[in-house]
Design a protein around this ligand. Structure first.
Ligand SMILES: [Zn+2]
Length: 316
């Protein structure tokens, strides 16, 4: 059956490491999607955005939402600051895409889109009040309150949990992101290996620690490596401190995690759960659900698509 073009939109999820994009129908089905490495310069990023939109059949789509890492300015025009995505910072990506495609374009924060994606099609469906935390290159956040996305920065990753802690990419010390992101986990492994710590990770990457990835750390932890298990457990415990603070502030029904670090869920989850039980107020934590995304990395593109459909309805 031929769809009319109002039935398809494009959602783009631009993270610090990968760009994911999908053409999505009104019932939340993904008709085509792609994943690319995030470019490091603004011209390359713009080129990739256009190629992405073209390859997802621009002629059939009727709106685009670009969900980007970083703080999106209140007017939704540019990414005002992004420690993990320098190519986007200060770029008027909304007008660039509008001019290049002649389609209506929304620009939003990536974790906000992921929260909406979970509410629409994922683990957030049963809840009207939940927090979404993305664990990837950075740590992002989104809040669904009374069934709707809260229009707040929700930069949970840059909540300091220790002002004397490690330096974060944002320039401050002890941010949650400096403990619990994939980047932080890799940085710590590299540091410990440099300090002559014994670990099976030494046997990989031809002895070049700088090729270690978060996936190598999870896989080695699964093989029983003590250093990798300790790093992931510590990341989970620090994450739990941040989550307990958020539970005390937002009193959510659920906290949902998404992002590349979910591969280490079995090491991280017990630590998060334990810290939340100890540190959050008991009436707020006793019925709390701590869940993982059900959308296998598609939360951001689906949430972005959901926003694009909302925009079309509002424009009608
Ligand atoms: Zn920070």
């Amino acid at each position: 059956m031929e769809s009319d073009n109002k039935n398809i939109v494009i959602g783009i999820d631009l993270g610090g490491t990968s760009l994911r994009a999908a053409a999505v129908t009104q019932d939340g089905s993904i008709v085509s999607k792609l994943k690319q490495t995030t470019p490091s310069t603004a011209p390359d990023l713009k080129k990739l955005l256009l190629e992405t939109v073209n390859s997802l059949s621009r002629d059939k789509a009727s709106a685009i939402t670009l969900a980007s890492a970083g703080i999106v300015d209140k007017r939704g025009i540019e990414v005002a600051a992004s420690p993990n995505l320098e190519a986007a910072a200060g770029q008027p990506l909304k007008s660039f895409l509008e001019d290049a495609t002649a389609l209506p374009v929304n620009l939003v924060n990536d974790a906000a889109a992921a929260a909406l994606g979970e509410k629409w099609m994922g683990a957030g469906r049963p809840f009207d009040d939940f927090i979404l935390i993305t664990l990837g290159t950075g740590v992002g956040g989104g809040v669904i309150h009374q069934g709707k996305l809260l229009d707040i920065a929700a930069e949970f990753g840059h909540m300091s949990i220790n002002t004397k802690g490690p330096l974060c990419h944002c320039g401050k010390h002890g941010c949650l992101e400096a403990y619990a992101s994939a980047t932080a986990v890799v940085d710590r492994a590299v540091q410990e290996l440099g300090d002559e710590r014994e670990s099976m990770v030494r046997n990989c990457c031809d002895g070049n620690y700088y090729k270690v990835t978060s996936k190598i750390i999870y896989d080695t932890a699964l093989d029983g490596d003590i250093m990798c298990r300790e790093i992931l457990k510590d990341a989970g415990a620090n994450l739990g401190v941040g989550v307990a603070n958020l539970v005390n502030i937002f009193s959510p029904q659920a906290v949902i995690f998404s992002g590349g670090m979910l591969g280490a869920w079995n090491f991280i989850f017990p630590e998060v759960s334990s810290k939340v039980s100890k540190l959050a107020f008991e009436p707020l934590s006793s019925d709390l659900k701590i869940l993982r995304s059900e959308l296998s990395g598609d939360a951001g593109v689906l949430g972005a698509a959901c926003m694009a459909f909302d925009r079309l309805k509002a424009d009608d």
